[in-house]
Design a protein around this ligand. Structure first.
Ligand SMILES: Cc1ncc(COP(=O)(O)O)c(C=O)c1O
Length: 424
């Protein structure tokens, strides 16, 4: 008879996230049009650019051998230098940043995870926009940390609401548990919101003002920054950090080049570099080195910018398809509204209050019956703070072709109408 094993506390905290199961079940049906997955468009992945960079990398045996060897914990120096140069070229930061502060990770999720591990004890609080990136909420759960939602609108987290939340936490004696404010300031996943420069500045100012016994960091997750289709680029949140000690920037090539290569990075306050690298040292003592050399080569050969330009054109076209289809099919339904994002991969939709989009409501199953899948908005809400809006959903336009996006929205509109008829 085998002896029972006991899961760790961390494993227990990791449980209870039904979304992957839900998606796996639904995706078992190949006819389903998934507007759920946040994947990038398979057709636009840069096969030629990658081949060129790999060829160039493998041409010189010493270079190739270096790329095939283990690397260092913070990452491949020429890549870190290139990342910093690129960052500084478009962001006038008030406090100098050195290459030492750039740490390369296996995707930006790893950076977020390492930062969370470095800063948070069980019971510590991270303030997030409501809604926010659901995977990061999972990371916080995993650590036994508390996610607390702050009221947000189409320009992201509302500074006045952030201040009210901080005041409330001070009153309940919880301010000492607040360690970070998490933002996705460009074309947010899931809301599509982009923060104005003014709001960015205000959030950093509040983080500093409320850093009493200890510093409250601002984590600025820029996963979608390159995917901008209209409007001007906003300065990095780091530009408002006069002392350079508050803002952590997370970046990634997953959306702008290839998630299969999976290179992300962080630009950290100086005094966080060693603690984050200590965590990383114990996990993998360096991200896959070949991927890092490859991305350095992609940048060096000038293959990145033209690719991003092509992506912008293609995703902008798909966004327009989704918005046109939304106008046509969702527009006539009462109480259904959405906002047009200026970049990214998502459109966030509000339905009438009475319609619940999650697995407890009828819509999710009816929509699957009609052949379309979406992400129920409830999964994107922090556990505390701003109430969960169960009448919301995230639609992705990155993966499907325009005809399928259109067909997906037509099916979704049918499903909503069926559910609304059933209710009346
Ligand atoms: C907001 C946000 N941050 C981070 C990531 C992580 O991407 P990666 O780990 O591939 O860099 C994603 C991926 O979907 C995302 O949507």
């Amino acid at each position: 008879m085998s002896t029972a094993f006991r899961l760790s506390q961390r494993a227990a905290w990791a449980e209870g996230q039904p979304i992957s199961d839900l998606m796996a079940q639904a995706l078992a049906n190949p006819d389903l049009i998934s507007l759920a997955a946040g994947f990038v468009d398979q057709e636009t992945l840069p096969v030629d650019a990658t081949r060129q960079a790999v060829d160039a990398l493998l041409t010189d045996p010493p270079d190739a051998q270096a790329a095939l060897q283990y690397g260092t914990t913070p990452g491949y120096l020429p890549l870190r230098e290139a990342l910093l140069d690129r960052f500084l070229a478009s962001n006038p930061v008030p406090h100098p940043v050195s290459t030492r502060q750039v740490v390369v990770t296996a995707g930006s999720n790893q950076l977020l995870h390492l930062v969370a591990e470095t800063l948070l004890n069980p019971g510590d609080i991270v303030l997030c926009a409501a809604p926010t990136y659901l995977v990061f909420l999972g990371t916080l759960n995993n650590l036994g940390a508390r996610s607390l939602g702050v009221t947000s609108d189409q320009q992201g987290m509302i500074p006045e609401a952030l201040e009210d939340t901080l005041q409330g936490l001070e009153k309940t004696g919880d301010l000492a548990r607040v360690k970070a404010i998490y933002l996705v300031p460009y074309f947010d996943n899931p809301s599509g919101a982009t923060m104005t420069a003014q709001r960015r500045a205000e959030v950093v100012r509040l983080a500093k003002r409320w850093s009493r016994g200890h510093r409250i960091h601002v984590i600025s997750d820029c996963a979608y920054r390159e995917l901008k289709y209209t409007g001007d680029d906003e300065p990095s949140v780091r530009c408002f950090d006069e002392e350079g000690d508050t803002v952590i920037v997370a970046g990634t090539f997953s959306k702008s080049f290839s998630p299969g290569i999976r290179v992300g990075w962080g630009i950290l306050p100086e005094d966080l570099v060693d603690p984050v690298c200590n965590q990383k040292g114990n996990i993998d003592f360096g991200s896959p080195n070949f991927s890092q050399h490859l991305m350095a080569k992609v940048l060096e050969l000038g293959l990145f910018e033209p690719h991003v330009e092509r992506l912008r054109v293609e995703y902008h076209r798909k966004l327009r398809c989704m918005l046109e289809a939304a106008d046509e099919f969702l527009g006539p339904l009462s109480g259904v509204h959405w906002a047009a994002p200026s970049g990214g991969l998502y459109v966030w939709v509000h339905l009438p209050e009475s319609v619940r989009t999650g697995p407890q409501g009828r819509l999710f199953d009816v929509a699957i019956g009609e052949g379309v899948l979406y992400v129920p908005g409830q999964f994107c809400y922090p556990r505390e703070g701003e109430p969960v809006r169960a009448n919301t959903m995230r639609l992705s336009f990155g993966v499907q072709s325009c005809p399928r996006i259109r067909a997906g929205l037509e099916s979704l509109a049918r499903a909503i109408a069926i559910v609304q008829r059933g209710e009346s």
